[in-house]
Ligand binder design. Structure first.
Ligand code: PRP
Length: 230
C-alpha cells in the first residue's frame, strides 16, 4: 500500500501546532490524529485506526436517489422496448460499469450485455472527429438488433457522438442512448440522450463509476470533488 504524506500544521495557540498525517486509503483521504503520531503509530492502515476521520467528497446524489432514478429509467426502458425481442445494452468502459450493472438488473425485458471501450483526447475544434478512438469493440454483431448505449456521463458529447456514428454504420434495428449524468454546460457536440438520469452543472463528479485519476470510482454515491481533493 502506498501513502501520500503531507504534514499540515494548524495553529492552536501562539507557539503551538498540531500535526495531522493525511493518507490515502482506497477511495478516501483520511487524517490521523496527533496522539497516534506521538505514540509512534504513524502511518497506520486507516481502516484499522479508531482515530481516523474519512474525508469523502460531498454528496451530489445519494445512493437512495441514484437507486430511485435507476428504477425510473429501467421502467422507461422496459416500456420503450416492450415489443422488442431483445435489447442489447452496450456499456462504455470504464465509467458505465456500475450504472450498467444496476440498470440491467432492474430491467424486466430480455436483454444481453456488451461492452465497448474508447479513449478520448482533448479535442480541438479542427480535430473533433479524431478526439475519440476505439480501444475495444463489442464481442458480437449488432446488425438488426435493438441497441442501447449506456454511459455514466455525457460531458462534451464527443464520446457518445463517436459511438453513435460507429454503431449506426453497423445497421442495428434501432440505436438509443442512456446516461446517468449530463453536463449541458460542457456540450461541444450535440447528441441525443434518450434516457437521462440527472442533469448537472459543470462540476467535477466522482463515484458510481466516475473517477478522478482512477480514484473514487467505487464510491457508492455521486460526489462533487472539490479542488482541494484533486
Ligand atoms: C468519461 C465518460 C464518458 C466520457 C464522456 O470517460 O465515461 O465515456 O468521459 O466525455 P465526453 O462527453 O466529453 O466525450 P473517460 O474518458 O473519463 O474514461 P473512463 O470512463 O474510462 O473513466
Amino acid at each position: 500500500m502506498s501513502y501520500l504524506l503531507s504534514l499540515s500544521l494548524s495553529g492552536l495557540s501562539p507557539g503551538k501546532s498540531q500535526a495531522v498525517l493525511v493518507t490515502l486509503d482506497g477511495n478516501n483521504w483520511v487524517e490521523t490524529s496527533q496522539e497516534r503520531l506521538r505514540e509512534g503509530r504513524n502511518v497506520p492502515p486507516a481502516s484499522r485506526s479508531a482515530s481516523v476521520r474519512p474525508m469523502k467528497p460531498p454528496t451530489l446524489f445519494s445512493e437512495e436517489e441514484i437507486a430511485d432514478q435507476v428504477a425510473i429509467l429501467a421502467a422507461e426502458i422496459d416500456e420503450a422496448y416492450a415489443d422488442a425481442d431483445q435489447l442489447v445494452l452496450i456499456g462504455v468502459l470504464k465509467g458505465s460499469f456500475i450504472f450498467l450493472a444496476d440498470l440491467a438488473r432492474k430491467l424486466t425485458i430480455p436483454h444481453r450485455v456488451e461492452f465497448i471501450a474508447v479513449s478520448s483526447y482533448g479535442a480541438k475544434e479542427s480535430d473533433v472527429a479524431d478526439s475519440v478512438r476505439l480501444l475495444m469493440d463489442v464481442r458480437h454483431p449488432i446488425v438488426g438488433e435493438h441497441v442501447l448505449l449506456v454511459e455514466d456521463i455525457v460531458d462534451t458529447g464527443h464520446t457518445l457522438a463517436y459511438l453513435k456514428r460507429l454503431l449506426e454504420a453497423r445497421n442495428p434495428a434501432s440505436l438509443k442512448t442512456a446516461t446517468m449524468l449530463h453536463k449541458p454546460d460542457r456540450t461541444e457536440e450535440e447528441v441525443d440522450i434518450d434516457f437521462l438520469g440527472f442533469t448537472i452543472p459543470d462540476v467535477w463528479v466522482v463515484g458510481y463509476g466516475l473517477d478522478y485519476a482512477e480514484r473514487y470510482r467505487t464510491l457508492p454515491y455521486i460526489g462533487e470533488l472539490p479542488p482541494e481533493m484533486r
